[in-house]
Design a protein around this ligand. Structure first.
Ligand code: ZN
Length: 504
């Protein structure tokens, strides 16, 4: 009886944090979409207020008391309660290990360094960014010292950051994963570059009015299974998915008049994130477990809808007719095969966010290898452009003409987000692994060709969505498939797809 009351009180306490985070999420959607520029300061104040309130609840003595009282009961608690405890303990530990003044100083530093990065990038002046990047790295090292107890046995400090963004991932696991990928993809890219196959892409540059692109967004998102009754499609410079519980999952896209595919694939990508959130089990919705479990697993859902479904020939066989009916003047003469090929053209490039499915992983590997070297003390900040360019030449056969399109292209390092990049590759890798297991139970291409996405989503719902954050990524893969992440599926998926496409 006493335990029951303890659990009820604990859940009620957590509910305050969850509600605050949902409010904060709605405000951030507002900020990213329609809020007036003039309200910037007022919005920052509100966001900061909520941030502090949540932090205080997560790290309070009350929280500590709950965690202490629950600890002896852990072995007898059910799976969901154990997971709830684990997540609360994690954020308590994270919040209390680093003194508040340091957190504050770090927030100020990264804000400043991000502004400096933006300017330095525009002016192609890496030297101006150097002192700030050095300070950010120095502070990250200080944090690592305070979190030394989190370094896994036989591991390195950088492991702590990897675990922050994808629980259970380590240098050892990533090394194994990326080596498998590199071994297949690096030679494959060279073969593709040497292939005689010509892919026509010019027709994708046809002008498509924003009004028509909105119709495409509505059609594509509706057909794929995004529930607009619990959603909304907005516009933002950088598309994202924003959730405040499973009944309010909003997405955004951006429309470019001469590149309608950009929005089409953004929509499919964000729908993948959104469908995950909309399908969280009712028993855990609106609780601490009521969101996707990790960046990597989340990204696996977005990449599944965007790439596995959206960039397949079967999908174009399904959707090309509708697109041609909507825009006959622009597209009537093109076949599903032509759309499919154009949507998958692969070329080594400089910019990660614009990379195709085949080359994308290498952009991530380069950043991962460099970060690993930074935190192992194997490279100085001043030498990063040289190292960056050398790796781009080695893996992708291209050299950035400037640091703006090279080492300074991503915002992450200025924000201190080390250990985050590798999760971008996990999404595609998990998606390929899921496709393999799905394919054992159903003819995935046939379902896509007929537009029967509900059958596909139902399968993903049972294996992934319904569990929310009950399991860590590794546990979830074990529970649903009996194995953890394995890079071989992704390597094989890319090899099969691009060997066929380029007739190698
Ligand atoms: Zn995403």
């Amino acid at each position: 009886m006493q335990l029951e009351k303890l659990i009820t009180d604990f859940k009620a306490y957590l509910d305050r944090i969850i509600t605050l985070s949902q409010i904060s999420s709605i405000l951030s959607f507002d900020s990213e979409t329609i809020a007036p520029d003039g309200s910037l300061q007022a919005r920052a104040k509100r966001a900061g207020f909520l941030e502090v309130e949540m932090y205080n609840l997560q790290t309070s003595d009350t929280m500590n008391d709950f965690l202490d009282a629950l600890k002896p009961h852990l072995p007898t608690l059910d799976k969901q309660m154990q997971a709830t405890y684990r997540l609360a303990k994690k954020s308590y530990d994270e919040g209390t290990k680093i003194p508040k003044e340091k957190v504050q100083a770090y927030a100020e530093l990264t804000e400043e360094s991000t502004a400096v990065w933006a300017k330095a990038r525009k002016e192609n002046d890496f030297k101006a960014f150097v002192p700030y990047l050095k300070r950010v790295i120095a502070m990250k090292r200080e944090f690592l010292d305070l979190r030394a107890d989190e370094i896994p046995a036989g591991g390195q400090p950088y492991d702590v950051f990897l675990n922050d963004f994808e629980e259970g991932m380590t240098i050892k696991k990533y090394d194994d994963f990326f080596e498998k990928l590199k071994a297949v993809v690096v030679p494959l890219i060279k073969q593709v570059a040497a292939s005689k196959k010509k892919i026509e892409t010019d027709f994708l540059k046809a002008k498509v009015d924003v009004a028509d692109q909105r119709k495409i967004s509505d059609m594509v998102s509706d057909k794929i299974g995004y529930d607009i009754n619990r959603g909304y499609i907005g516009e933002a410079a950088h598309p994202f998915c924003n959730n405040s519980g499973k009944t309010d999952v909003r997405i955004t896209t951006r429309y470019r008049e001469f590149d309608f595919m950009s929005s089409l694939y953004s929509i499919l990508h964000e729908c993948g994130h959104a469908i995950y959130e909309q399908n969280i089990g009712d028993d855990i919705a609106e609780t601490a477990l009521g969101g996707g479990t990790s960046s990597g697993i989340h990204e696996s859902q977005s990449r599944f809808y965007e790439n596995v479904i959206g960039r397949s020939l079967a999908y174009w066989e399904y959707i090309a007719g509708d697109l041609k009916a909507l825009l006959p003047k622009e597209f009537a003469n093109y076949t599903p095969q032509q759309f499919f090929e154009a949507a998958n053209e692969s070329k080594p490039s400089l910019i990660r966010v614009e990379a195709d499915e085949l080359t994308y992983g290498l952009h991530v590997i380069i950043r991962y290898e460099i970060e690993k070297m930074i935190f192992a003390g194997e490279v100085e900040v001043d030498d990063l452009p040289m190292l960056w360019n050398k790796k781009y030449q080695e893996y992708l056969g291209v050299t950035p003409p400037s640091d703006e399109d090279g080492v300074m292209q991503d915002i992450h390092w200025s924000l201190g987000l080390f250990g985050y990049f590798p999760t971008y590759a996990l999404g595609s890798a998990y998606a390929a692994q899921l496709l393999y297991y799905m394919g054992k139970e159903m003819d995935v291409d046939a379902l896509i060709r007929k537009g029967e996405f509900a059958t596909i989503t139902k399968w993903l719902e049972e294996k992934i969505h319904i569990h929310g954050s009950t399991y860590t990524p590794n546990e979830l893969m074990e529970v649903s498939f009996g194995e953890q992440l394995d890079g071989n599926y992704y390597a094989k998926y890319l090899k099969d797809k691009f060997t066929a496409l380029y007739q190698l």
